[in-house]
Design a protein around this ligand. Sequence first.
Ligand SMILES: Cc1ncc(C[n+]2csc(CCOP(=O)(O)OP(=O)(O)O)c2C)c(N)n1
Length: 300
Amino acid sequence: MTKKMDKKTRDELIAKADKLLKYETGKVITWCGNCGNYGIQNAFMRALVLEGLERKDFALFFDIGCSGNGADKFEANTLHGLHGRTISTAAGAALANDKMKVIAFAGDGATFSEGVNHLVHGVRNNFPLVFVHHNNENYGLTIGQASATTRCGVKMNGTPDGVVVEPINPLQFVLSLDPTFVARGFSGDVDHLTELFRLALRHKGFAYLEILQSCPTYNRTTPEDWYASRVKYVEDLKDYDCHDIWAARKLVQDMDKEIYLGLIYENNGRKDFLSLQKSREGRETSLVEEVRRYDVRALI
Ligand SMILES: Cc1ncc(C[n+]2csc(CCOP(=O)(O)OP(=O)(O)O)c2C)c(N)n1
């Protein structure tokens, strides 16, 4: 099941196709054939174009991993940082320059193991950035170890007898932290994912976007058709209120049969971290514009 882009949006995208091509570096691709990362990056590039964002308007922060190798493919302001640390690096940039959109990408190893502390405080502080969790349910780049989102019983390269503990449910975890934006997309539905990226880019605060991503090489338990036959859309639910956190928590419980995609939860009533700073009240300039230069030659 997929959700098709409406004709008006598609026509707009076709008219701006030259802008899409500008983001391509043309470097050799290191992803496997059929990797979900192709769909994710395609959807993201489309969203940038449709939102009218130019290269100068945004900065991308990549973590380590297959998802992180997306940095090679993107002609933009990018930083490829340490494993699990992309949220903290991106938060620094977002606070220093609030005139730029900041988007951070990471795999589930980075998000729910190495960097889970940064996720907790990123959501809690409501840092003004978009965070994209590529959930391929394994450590892809280090060739298929189990991560905190690998399902119980699944045999991976480091656990040949199967994973013996239950996985973290990413959305349940994030919803327990009182977030301001939670959405879920699927790498196999690029049109729908494009719209979710657009919503996330418009959100003022920490926008958490989980993307269910197929990993054809190391995670054979949940390939693309496994998801495609199970995903459902929040937009098709009658009376679903994405401002009701209890409804959201209930909706994300099932990770096996009824996997809902869409805008799961949004709260626009909470200010982002920067807007809460007294010292920033009434300022038109961003921190980077206020940096003073000192002549340190005499000290050296
Ligand atoms: C601090 C640190 N620990 C471990 C590694 C080794 N390492 C490189 S890639 C990787 C796996 C990444 O998995 P995930 O974050 O799920 O991203 P994916 O490759 O699946 O996109 C690991 C553990 C590292 N580079 N840095």
